[in-house]
Design a protein around this ligand. Structure first.
Ligand code: SF4
Length: 250
């Protein structure tokens, strides 16, 4: 699953760029999901404390699911980390509007060239939004896309350049690729590294909790592998070189 972030100030064209990408990728046959970061502090989809769903939450349920005839809303009582949110997606692409804490290719939207600078990061790959009306081809070394006049060019760009989100490990937990996670994301964006340079790309040991994969740095994979092999080798039926599965029921 590939992901792209679209970042910029309010009314700089973020949502228009997201709509362009979502509809363009859908037309090309991809399954597309999205995440919208809401910066309004008082935001809540279910704010009335007297609704039945809020009463479920007050009684301790988390998450609470509201299932209607035409819509299903799963409501968590806290702000989830992006990695956890993305585990709920099994799409070809996920478009992240206003999300800045995810190690993915990023598109900056802005009103002016100067404003672009506020959002420049190592993961920035392109510029779009209101500033594209100035008919620039490039700014800060990044291509500028006008999605109102030529939406397909940005869809082409994302289809070709987006990559699967990198993890967000603290450098003390993992720097096995020789970089921090955001640094490797920046190198991938600039074409100087590959997504496969993250050592977690092909994990030798995989751990799933409730069906969701949990990334493990090589050191933790090794501990888990040695522990399981140490026990399994002593058991009748063990055969070297075969796949081992362990299932725990809590
Ligand atoms: S190997 Fe992967 S998880 Fe480790 S620092 Fe590099 S990008 Fe992050």
């Amino acid at each position: 699953m590939k992901a792209v972030a679209v970042n910029g100030l309010s009314k700089s064209g973020k949502t228009t760029v997201c709509e362009t990408l979502i509809s363009g990728l859908r037309r090309r046959g991809y399954r597309v999901g999205s995440v919208k970061e809401i910066h309004f502090e008082g935001f809540a989809i279910d704010p009335d404390p007297t609704t039945n769903t809020r009463r479920h939450r007050a009684a301790g349920a988390d998450p609470v699911t509201a299932r209607g005839l035409y819509e299903t809303d799963v409501l968590y009582g806290s702000k989830l980390p992006m990695e956890e949110i993305l585990r709920h997606y099994d799409h070809d692409f996920v478009i992240l509007e206003g999300v800045s804490d995810c190690n993915v290719l990023s598109i900056i939207t802005a009103h002016t060239v100067e404003e672009v600078e506020q959002h420049l990061s190592e993961r920035a790959a392109a510029i779009s939004g209101v500033v594209a009306n100035l008919q620039l081809k490039e700014a800060y070394g990044l291509p500028v896309f006008n999605v109102l006049h030529d939406p397909e060019s940005l869809v082409d760009f994302v289809e070709e350049r987006a990559f699967e989100p990198l993890p967000s490990f603290d450098p003390e937990c993992c720097s096995a690729c020789g970089h921090t996670c955001p640094e490797l994301a920046g190198l991938i964006v600039r074409g100087k590294a590959s997504r496969k340079d993250c050592v977690l790309w092909a994990q030798e040991v995989e751990l799933y909790v409730d069906g969701a994969a949990v990334p493990m740095v090589p050191f933790v994979q090794k501990i888990l592998k040695n522990a399981v092999l140490g026990v399994a080798r002593e058991l009748r039926g063990f055969r070297a070189g075969k796949r081992i599965e362990v299932r725990l029921r809590s």
